[in-house]
Design a protein around this ligand. Sequence first.
Ligand code: ATP
Ligand code: MG
Length: 282
Amino acid sequence: MSQPLLDVRGLVVEYGHGRDLHRAVDDVSFQVPRGGSLAVVGESGSGKSTIAKALVRLVRPTAGSIVFDGVDLAQLTDRRLRPLRHRVQMVFQDPYGSLDPHLSAQEIVAEPLAARGERSRRVRERRAAELLDQVGLPTSALHRRPAEFSGGQRQRIGIARALASEPDLLVCDEATSALDVSVQAQVLDILAGLRRDQGLTFLFISHNLGVVRAVSDEVLVLRTGRVVERGPTTEVLRRPREEYTRQLRRSVLEPALISGRKPRDLVRRIAAARTAESVAAA
Ligand SMILES: Nc1ncnc2c1ncn2[C@@H]1O[C@H](COP(=O)(O)OP(=O)(O)OP(=O)(O)O)[C@@H](O)[C@H]1O
Ligand SMILES: [Mg+2]
């Protein structure tokens, strides 16, 4: 057996201090083989994004190891981590917040190329155009800014930007995704294609058990920071052992998600839940 690309053991992440200390991720372990795809599912607040953030060092783990290609990222100083950073990229599925509103799509995607030392502006622009083409955006999109795109198109820009760093591992956090079902399916298609054609490794985070089947071989079910179930995606979908997983499968409409949502978002979520159910039942 070859070494997994990502080997996470005993991961603990806490927020706050003293009385406000909150353990968001509690002793989580998992492995992702090279070219593999692991889904992390769980209700809102279960710790999914916190795991993703620990992987890209947006938060520091309290304990545990994150061994990536043989190196424990959890132990590295920021300086030591820097040359490795490009290899683990995150695609935020709330692209509103993560794309610089003042830059054009082409500039957004070219930025990581400059950061990695590509001096020629012409080369950067050409590569950015190629990457945007690869995720299915037309040439006419190059000079438009994030506000001029739809949610699905913004997500593609986010993917192209992540690819510009030539990562080995893509961490996709779709937590706040409000994309409608057909757009979501298109984006999932792009991700599946990247895995097939370029051998990218995926950690795919979702509320939605139905959606993950399209992109992940294995699934890890999280509840209040702990792993409650894991296994091959098809098996967990067909025969969930935990009532919690059954509930997740039935619906993506947890109360925490409903509160504060606009009716339009709710309608979308209900449609997404139905699709997920029919996918899961199929
Ligand atoms: N910066 C922070 N400071 C304090 N607590 C936080 C912070 N970020 C997250 N938390 C808490 O940690 C827990 C896990 O949050 P996390 O964002 O990882 O959940 P999630 O599974 O991604 O949820 P969602 O599906 O809603 O995105 C929650 O209880 C949350 O309130
Ligand atoms: Mg989240």
